[in-house]
Write a protein that binds this ligand. Sequence first.
Ligand SMILES: [Zn+2]
Length: 155
Amino acid sequence: MEHTRLVSPGSFCWNQACPDFGKVDHGNIIKFGRTKKGTQRYQCRTCERTFVETKGTVFYGRHHDQETILECLAWLAERNSLAAIHRVKGIKEETVTAWLREAAKHVEQIEALLIANYRLTRAQLDAMWTYVGNKGQKGDMRKKRNEAPSGAARP
Ligand SMILES: [Zn+2]
C-alpha cells in the first residue's frame, strides 16, 4: 500500500504563520541544543521559532504507532467512514474517535502533521473535526469572531 513517508517532528516548521510552514526537509530547520530534560530542540531559520521533539504528544502511550493514527485521521478527512476504517484496518470506531478527541486538544500540531504528510486541504481538516464536534481552540476562536458585535457604538 502506498502512502506518504511520515516525517519526524523535527523535520519541518510548526509555525503556521511561517512561509516555510510544513515544508519537509526544506533546509530551514536546524538543531538548536537540548532542553534541560535532554530533549532535542530545533529552530526554524525562517521564523526563528524553536520546537522540541515531543511535539505531537497525542501519540505517546498509544498502542498504535504515529503513522497508523495519522493515517486514520487522514482517512476521515478524506470522507471515509469510521466503519470503513474498521473494515480495512481492523481498528475499532471507538478507538479512532478517541484519537480524534485527543487530537482536538492539539489542533495546531495535528493539522501541521496532516498537512505535511497527507497534503490535506482546510476543508478536509474541517470535515475531520466534525466527527468529534469539537474543533478545539480554533473552532472557538472562529465562533467568537463571528459573534463579535458590529457597529455596537453606533449612536
Ligand atoms: Zn518557521
